[in-house]
Design a protein around this ligand. Sequence first.
Ligand code: NAG
Ligand code: NAG
Length: 529
Amino acid sequence: MDLKVLCCIVMLILMSGGKQITGQLREKDRTDSTEEDVTVLTRCYDEYGCFSIGEPFLSVYRPINLYPSDPRDIDVHFFLMTRRNIGQLQKLSFKDNSTFVSSTFNPSNPVKIIIHGYLEHGNEDWIQDMVRELLTHDDYNVISVDWAKGGVPPYTQAVANARMVGAIVGKFLQYMEDNLRVSPSDVHIIGHSLGAHAAGYTGERVPGLGRITGLDPAEPYFQYTDPKVRLDPSDAQFIDVIHTDGDSIISGGFGMMQSSGHVDFYPNGGRRQPGCNNNVVSSVQQEGDLYYGIRRFVGCNHIRAYEFFSESINTDCPFFGYKCNSFANFTAGVCTDGCGDGSFCAPMGFKADKWQRFKKAQPVKMYLITGNVRPFCQYHYNIKIKMENSEENRKIGPQRGVILAKLTGRRGQTSVMRTSREPQEFNSGTTYEFLMSSSELGSLLRIDIEWRPVSPFFNFNFNTFNRPNDVTRPLRNMFIPVRSRLQIQSFEVKNLESGNVFVFCGQPADLAYAEQVKTFFKSSGNCTS
Ligand SMILES: *[C@@H]1O[C@H](CO)[C@@H](O)[C@H](O)[C@H]1NC(C)=O
Ligand SMILES: *[C@@H]1O[C@H](CO)[C@@H](O)[C@H](O)[C@H]1NC(C)=O
């Protein structure tokens, strides 16, 4: 059996695991005398208040519902890191004022709080990476919330414990406000997976919380539940979310597709990420470690969310997402107005709050393409292909195939990209669009293209760009329909990030034949034939 499938089955068993209990649904908490007539499905924990497992927590999207564990068992710890103690964790406790006094906590600096997810702890490598990036950016009070003892199987219990974690972090914020005059509006919580929903619970208890960043919020038992149950736009003044693993849980996705912030980013469509289809051996080689390798193999899409966020903190690359009605339409070049007045694009990750002035109650979805390795951030180039409108072309009729294209600029060159995954029809006099992404190319100089027609006899899995000396070409050429050729009038390329537009003209008589690379050079004016 496929290891990934096996892992998923193990996860599902853990999630629906052992202890839970229809019995508990009926259980009445006898330890709390004040609750007698109010609720049957409520349990209270002193200062953290009462937790109901009735509606809205009980629903078809969450058929199994547990009470959070006792706070003493979840054993939440707060670890402080500032520029003065990086690499050396300082434990803070809101029950012991001296922990703040003897720490490097500086109440005049903003607070960044990181909350991990299921099966993790507060000093994971990715948290250390993120802390280093944050402190490179500015001298924050970065606090990692460790709830490792509560984030263990069964998953249903960890889901319930996230509520308690949210309540405890809420107490922590309240303490900072009362004793250190740290306003909740200066606090930014960054939560991954279950940690994203925990941050939502904190926001529900702390009015005026500044910002929550949800990094691939967990799907199982959260997607489509009531807003009280999951991260939603009412939980903070500003909420930005990155979705990277939105495939359904059955196909191995742990993150949710449902939007849950003021602005939701769906890099590469949000379901799965490029570079994440490695097999387990290359995952282990990449990590250099068996445990991390297997984790990368199982959770590669899910962990991209924090990799994107960490990269976004100090990069010059804009990491823009663009407003669109779907990823398919975005890559087809439908939403290529760029940033417009600024409301049509937003920087994904750390700088997403720049977009805050455009926020509305309804979430806005933003799409972008990333690379498959670090650095992930790329630039987007929208390409308009204008077909020549000539008598001759109309006689030949529509052509089916794909155009391969390569852009060259002063700073670099793209790899060879296709106009579409499947062959499409090109008609004379018509304009077609598609989207390419790459590292920054600088001022564009030329575009090289190759026409790849559909052949009834032969499926071309080669391209001339990569195989200039391919000896099978004469043979394969015998199978190309004789009349298959394209007459392209011009290319117009727009860099969505900068808004700059470049025009490339062909010679009027030039045709693009199959398996020949043809070059269009930059032109200052309109192309005329
Ligand atoms: C905690 O310490 C701060 C100063 O560091 C002080 O202002 C505050 O009153 C103290 N709070 C308690 C409960 O002792
Ligand atoms: C693409 O956009 C068009 C409108 O421009 C819309 O009618 C269509 O439903 C969109 N497709 C998807 C898959 O969202």
